[in-house]
Structures are given as structure tokens and as C-alpha cells.
Design a protein. Structure first.
Length: 432
């Protein structure tokens, strides 16, 4: 059997295993090692299975993954998400749709120290959903806002998915993080514009809240300074070349932990719980990561990525026609798979085509993360939607999907803008 046929068959087996509910990481390990054994021999395949986990777990660069996960766990346990929401609400809550605007702002702020979309959505659902229901917001808009706001966690740095993209493509992670800043802020502003659009079309869905006095607003800012300080410390350190992304992750996790103890919101017991949570999450991420590396090694010896690149270039669709085809594939795949798995599975396949077409790897990293972010809220899978469904079991899935529709439209507009004007993504990293 030739390499191309074997690679296509391997993808078919992989998707079949995932449909049978085999965990993504385990499925990629089985198919990657099995395919490698078919093309070489069982001995080299078993050696690959033995060495890859050790090399991955001891790689200094991969150390940023558990550290950023720990930083998010510490921030969540110390109640920083609640502080963000209260401060946002003090400044925006009196407007029509103010609680939805506050939720978007708080999601953006929490994403800056969390790096995970699912964690951002799950955390903010506990904080914001009861408040929006108390003020009479439509369930569809309330749940849709939190589900969409959670997707900011995958883009605003530090982003675990952007970091993994940088590792597997050997792209500068620090520049990737900085590149996500302006698109992340643009996402927050466009989500807020979407809320205002809903307020015009369906004002009964988004009642206005109580107006806070100026003293309350100023006092609310005192509670969010730790988040702003950590964000400035981590991203400023990377931008200024003071430390590497892995060192930044370590410094950020330590800073959040110290601040949490300093403000009296952390105890030894809570710290142990955070360490346990980070360990479990990291273990799950590394299983997927190791599986993806094994599967990528198998694809490399089949020459499948190079053949895909040649096939795409031979279609003669032009640079942007080929890019549109790749993005469409990501949107479809995002309806069925989790973002990290998509990045790990497909980037090694499409990256040679992107480089061959002359696109900037940093710009493509932001674009592909945005597209997989879209998959977190699109039917029929929409991982963030199911997270919100778990927090609000009495809200039908169709209502949550209806609530995310304005934000999906916003994401598509933003995607077109960033494709048309790549300087929006590249200006900041080019200053480094």
C-alpha cells in the first residue's frame, strides 16, 4: 500500500474511533503507531511510542502548558472572575444590555490570565448567568453571550492553543501572543457591538440594570488591579524580551498565587486543589499532544502533508481561494471536534501549503485559532454550548444556539477584516 492511500485510510480509522467515543489522544496514538508499524516495522513503532512521551514531557518549551493551566486555576479559585464581572457591571450595567456587555468585558479580562475557552465559559456562567436571569434577560441571549464570550479565552494571550500552534510549527510563541492582542481586543469590541445590535432589534431581551455611582465605580477598579498587573507583567515581559514564554508562564503562575495569598483569597487547601486541577487538565492535554505528535510522525513518512500542499497548489485557485478552502474545512471540522485536537491534527497537514502560498505563519496562527474558536459555538457540537448547557440544564440547546447567532456573525465579519488587512495582526509583533 502506498503512503497516500495509507494516510487516507488512517484518517478514516481515526474519525471512526472518535465516533465510537474513543478519546482523541488515544485514537491518534493507536492510529499513528499502527500506521508507522505498517510502513516500517513493529520495532521502530514501539521505540517511537517509548521515546515520544518522554521527550514531550521533558521538553522545556512544553512546560508553559501546565504553568498557564495552573495560572488559570489559581485565578479562578481566588475569585478574580467575579471581581472582573462586578467591575464591568459597575461601569456598563446601567446601559441597555449592560449585563451582557459586562459579561463580554469580564470574559475578555479573565481570558487574559486563563488561556482556555472552556474554563472561561464555565467560570463566567457561574458568575454572570444568575445576574442576567435576575434582571430578566432572555435565556437565549444570556447563555449565548457567555458561550461566545468564553471563546475569547482561546485568542487573547496567554493562549494555550496559540502556544501549541507555535510549538508544532516552530513559530515564535512570544510574537504569536503579541499578535493575538489587537484581534482579541477587536473581538471584545465587536461582541459588544453585537449586544447593542440585539438591544435595537429585541429590546425586551436586554433590559437595563441599575446605575452605579462614581464612588462604586472607582472602588470596583481596586479589585481588578491584580489581573491587570499579571497581564501586563506576563505580556510586557515577553514583548520586552525579559523572559521567554515558558518563563513568562512560570512567573505568571507564581504572581497569581502570591497575589491570591496577599489579598486573603488563597489557603494551602485551595492551593492543593488548584494543583490537582491543573495536573488533571494537563494530563488530558498531554495525552492529546503526544497522540498528535505520533500521528504527525506517521504522516511525515507517508509524505501526506507535502502531497496535500501540492494538490492544493495545483487547483490554481489563487492564494485566497486556497485559503478560503482551508478555512471552510476548519469551520466544518470545528462543528465536530475540540479546538486543540483540530490544531494538532490539521496544522501539520496544511502548514506547508500556507508557507508555500507565501502567507505569514504568525498571521495564519491567529486566523486558524479564530476559526477553531468559531467551532466552539457552532452546531451540532459547539463545546462551549454544551458547557453552558451543563450549567443551565433547563435551557434548550436550540435556545443557546439562537443566542450565539449574533456572535457567529460578528466572528465572520472579523475574520474577513483580518484576512483583508493582515497588518492588524502583524503590526505589534513586527515592533518586537
Amino acid at each position: 500500500m502506498d503512503g497516500l492511500s495509507l494516510a487516507i485510510g488512517a484518517f478514516a480509522v481515526l474519525f471512526t474511533l472518535m465516533l465510537l467515543r474513543v478519546p482523541v489522544g488515544i485514537a491518534m496514538v493507536l492510529v499513528g503507531v499502527g500506521g508507522f508499524a505498517v510502513l516500517t516495522d513493529i520495532g521502530p513503532a514501539l521505540s517511537l511510542l517509548e521515546l515520544t512521551p518522554i521527550r514531550t514531557l521533558t521538553d522545556f518549551t512544553f512546560g508553559l502548558v501546565p504553568l498557564f493551566v495552573l495560572m488559570g486555576a489559581l485565578a479562578n479559585a481566588s475569585g478574580m472572575s467575579r471581581d472582573l464581572f462586578r467591575a464591568s457591571n459597575a461601569w456598563l450595567g446601567h446601559r441597555r444590555g449592560g449585563l451582557a456587555l459586562s459579561t463580554v468585558a469580564a470574559c475578555g479580562g479573565f481570558a487574559a490570565i486563563c488561556g482556555s475557552s472552556v474554563a472561561t465559559a464555565a467560570t463566567m456562567s457561574k458568575v454572570a448567568l444568575p445576574e442576567m436571569r435576575r434582571y430578566g434577560y432572555a435565556d437565549s441571549l444570556a447563555t449565548g453571550t457567555i458561550a461566545a464570550g468564553g471563546t475569547l479565552g482561546i485568542l487573547i494571550p496567554p493562549s494555550i492553543v496559540l502556544a501549541v500552534y507555535g510549538i508544532i510549527t516552530e513559530t515564535d510563541i512570544g510574537r504569536l501572543f503579541v499578535a493575538g492582542l489587537i484581534p482579541g481586543l477587536l473581538a471584545v469590541l465587536m461582541y459588544m457591538a453585537a449586544v447593542q445590535g440585539v438591544a435595537v432589534v429585541r429590546p425586551e431581551w436586554v433590559p437595563a440594570g441599575e446605575r452605579s455611582d462614581w464612588r462604586t465605580r472607582i472602588v470596583s477598579l481596586r479589585t481588578v488591579w491584580p489581573i491587570l498587573a499579571v497581564f501586563a507583567f506576563v505580556i510586557g515581559g515577553i514583548y520586552g524580551g525579559v523572559f521567554t514564554p515558558t518563563e513568562a508562564a512560570a512567573m505568571g503562575a507564581a504572581a497569581v498565587g502570591i497575589l491570591a495569598f496577599a489579598i486573603g483569597r488563597m489557603s494551602v487547601g485551595r492551593l492543593l486543589d488548584c494543583l490537582r486541577e491543573a495536573l488533571i487538565t494537563t494530563g488530558a492535554l498531554f495525552i492529546v499532544l503526544i497522540g498528535a505528535i505520533l500521528f504527525a510522525r506517521f504522516l511525515t513518512i507517508t509524505q501526506f502533508p507535502q502531497q496535500v500542499a501540492e494538490a492544493l497548489l495545483s487547483l490554481d485557485l489563487g492564494r485566497y481561494g486556497t485559503l478560503a478552502l482551508i478555512i471552510l474545512f476548519y469551520v466544518i471540522l470545528g462543528c465536530f471536534m475540540e479546538a486543540m485536537a483540530i490544531i494538532l491534527l490539521t496544522v501539520p497537514v496544511f502548514f506547508p501549503s500556507i508557507v508555500g502560498l507565501g502567507f505569514d505563519p504568525i498571521w495564519f496562527g491567529v486566523i486558524v485559532v479564530m476559526v477553531t474558536e468559531l467551532g466552539l459555538i457552532t452546531p451540532p457540537f459547539g463545546l462551549n454550548v454544551f458547557v453552558i448547557k451543563g450549567e443551565a440544564p433547563n435551557v434548550p440547546l436550540r435556545s443557546i444556539y439562537a443566542g450565539v447567532t449574533p456572535y457567529i456573525a460578528s466572528d465572520l465579519v472579523r475574520l474577513v477584516v483580518l484576512i483583508a488587512f493582515p497588518i492588524i495582526v502583524l503590526w505589534l509583533p513586527n515592533q518586537m
